[in-house]
Design a protein around this ligand. Structure first.
Ligand code: ADP
Ligand code: MG
Ligand code: ZN
Length: 616
């Protein structure tokens, strides 16, 4: 198709040019042009026997040597007629000849043909020569070649959780009946979320390799063209292709290119992109989950996605693909060292230790740079020296995105997160700790996830206080164990301050100020911003009291955090060591550490934890 369309444009241009040239050079008549006086002389000499008068003032005839001639008569023909008669020349008259039918056609067609030819030519050029004529509205989805360079889950290190989620999708595509029989609905859309270079695209291709069904890959930016409406029709075409090939997977990489929140642009947003996004939403609603199309997408900016995309029935399953931890980095490095000869002293474990903060792409880069260095140094295999230099190169690399987290930084983050994590577990009314990690995510150096045990419609005062204590735990741990404090607690302080203030002014939970709500939220003034819209219906004295009370409550929480953490010094140190080693600790790891120092701590809580974790 590509060749064909290219040649159409090409031939049109050739034909047009040919016709032009022919037109220009081809004489209209092969007749000789005589001057008027030459003609009269010849008539009077009797050289001309017969002429044809064509139309008003053109005369044609033949010279004695059979050469034909023609002549334009100036003025009227009557005068010439007289001379012709006098010399016995036969006169034949004929009306003006019609130009052949096709000359008129040419006059109109030629410019059109040239224009079309030129247009096609330019379009071919503009699209890098790689595109089809009239293919604007067609999706650019590439059918993933399952035969060539097949990626399987074996090529993806780590990410067991992610794999588990995706294996389900693969199973559904392999045997949909198994799920349909039970009325189980598989998610329509799976969204992979994570920072760049963490292997989202790789995971999607692995799913394709495993599923054994057609797999369409398209990048979100392929929908974005300068012509309005093109993106929308590409989306339509993509889903048509999908339906024809069901069961299949459609993978939209870099979803944020099309999926950005509508109306967010300056000056009313971007029409074309909105149309494209709307079409995507329409198509997603347009097929049933059991039709055998699964939509996958990847993004590193879930925050900018239009909320409509994340509603149930669209991308209803989200899979977080985070930066790899120690074990992950080791695994990834090993995958990329396959087939590369390394010296005996090369220890992937040591290398993984030296590269906290590296993504999968960085680890691949590391393996490659080390190999390049070894080759440049004329070595037969890659040594530890090359890896060391390669780490520096990757850190200083062109993107400069990666950096290794320094030991000191790791120290601070480890104590900080341990403070949160242990308090979450040890405080009676705090939400238990689900996971704690020192791998940075976004602006946070690390994070602790605490999940409530059950859905609550009310929160009690002691729960709120324990939550504040838990939030302050990060800062407290830094202070107690490192004798210094960092900026890492900023967000914690913000959140705890807000909780305390709400407790006093909204929930009436302060002993000294009593069960009053202080200040009135004025909803009609929301546009002024939240702080302004709270009108103060209390005196300066009360305001001072609120501040004093808030301080007292925070101080109490801070003290409690300090007490708990200092009482459990060994436990803290143990968890910090474990965090530095594994970088991520899950529920079981945390319980193991605490259980070591507080045997039986979880015994009487068994019923409580069951609801979250299943068996224990
Ligand atoms: P993303 O799409 O998340 O930006 P990619 O899938 O393009 O990242 O990953 C870039 C490269 O990094 C991959 O081609 C792969 O070689 C390597 N990589 C990333 N994560 C992994 C992993 N978990 N296992 C093996 N290789 C990985
Ligand atoms: Mg990608
Ligand atoms: Zn914190």
């Amino acid at each position: 198709m590509k060749k064909f369309s290219k040649s159409i444009g090409f031939y049109l241009i050739i034909i047009a040019i040919g016709v032009l040239i022919a037109n220009y050079f081809m004489p209209h008549q092969t007749a000789e042009e005589l001057t008027y006086s030459q003609f009269i002389d010849m008539v009077e000499a009797g050289d001309i026997k017969e002429v044809t008068i064509v139309g008003e003032n053109l005369i044609r005839g033949e010279l004695p040597d059979d050469q034909s001639f023609q002549i334009d008569i100036p003025g009227t023909i009557e005068k010439v007629e007289g001379i012709l008669r006098d010399n016995d020349v036969d006169i034949i008259t004929r009306p003006e000849p019609e130009p052949p039918w096709w000359t008129g056609l040419f006059a109109y067609l030629l410019p059109t043909v040239i224009l079309i030819g030129a247009w096609i030519f330019i379009m071919n050029k503009m699209q890098g020569g790689g595109n089809k004529m009239m293919s604007f509205g067609k999706s650019k989805a590439r059918l993933h070649d399952n035969e060539k360079k097949k990626v399987t889950f074996d090529d993806v290190a780590n990410y067991e959780e992610v794999k588990e989620e995706l294996v389900e999708v693969v199973e559904f595509l392999k045997s949909p009946d198994k799920f349909n029989k039970l009325g189980a609905k598989i998610p329509k859309g799976v969204l992979l979320v994570g920072p760049p270079g963490t292997g989202k695209t790789l995971m999607a291709r692995a799913v394709a390799g495993e599923a054994g069904v057609p797999f369409f890959i398209i990048s979100g930016s392929d929908f974005v063209e300068m012509f309005v409406g093109v993106g929308a029709s590409r989306v339509r075409d993509l889903f048509e292709q999908g339906k024809e090939n069901a069961p299949c997977i459609i993978f939209i990489d870099e979803l944020d290119a099309v999926g950005r929140q509508r109306g967010a642009g300056v000056g009313g947003g971007h029409d074309e992109r909105e149309q494209t996004l709307n079409q995507l939403l329409v198509e997603m609603d347009g097929f049933e989950a059991n039709e055998g199309i699964i939509l996958m997408a990847a993004t590193n900016r879930p925050d900018v996605l239009d909320p409509a995309l994340l509603r149930p029935g669209r991308f209803d399953r989200q899979v977080i693909v985070d930066k790899p931890d120690y074990k992950g980095r080791k695994g990834i490095l090993e995958i990329h060292l396959k087939g590369k000869p390394t010296e005996d002293d090369v220890d992937t474990g040591v290398l993984a230790r030296r590269t906290p903060g590296f993504t999968g792409a960085d680890m691949e880069n590391l393996a490659n740079e080390a190999a390049i260095l070894a080759a440049r140094r004329g070595k037969e295999s890659i040594g530890m020296l090359e890896f060391d230099d390669a780490i520096d190169r990757v850190i200083a690399g062109p993107q400069k995105k990666s950096r290794v987290i320094s030991d000191k930084e790791q120290d601070i983050v480890s104590y900080h997160e341990t403070g949160h994590a242990l308090l979450g577990e040890l405080l009676e009314d705090a939400d238990p700790t689900h996971k704690v990690t020192i791998i940075p995510r976004g602006r946070a150096g690390g994070f602790t996830i605490n999940l409530p045990q059950e859905d609550k419609s009310f929160i009690t005062k002691s729960e709120l206080l324990d939550k504040v204590t838990m939030l302050l735990g990060g800062r407290v741990a830094e202070e107690v164990f490192l004798d210094d404090i960092s900026t890492g607690a900023q967000n914690d302080l913000e959140r705890s301050t807000k909780i305390i203030r709400n407790m006093i002014t909204d929930y009436g939970m302060s002993e000294n100020l009593g069960p009053l709500t202080l200040g009135q939220k004025q909803n009609e003034q929301v546009f002024l911003g939240r702080d302004i819209s709270r009108s103060r219906n209390y005196s300066e004295d009360v305001a001072a009291l609120i501040d004093k009370e808030a301080r007292a409550m925070v101080d109490a929480c801070y003290e409690q955090a300090r007490t708990v953490l200092t009482e459990n010094r060994d436990m803290v140190e143990d968890m910090v060591a474990a965090l530095k080693e594994h970088e991520t600790l899950n529920k079981d790891d945390i319980k193991e550490i605490i259980g070591k120092y507080k045997p039986g701590f979880y015994d009487d809580e068994e019923a409580k934890t069951d609801s979250l974790e299943g068996d224990e």
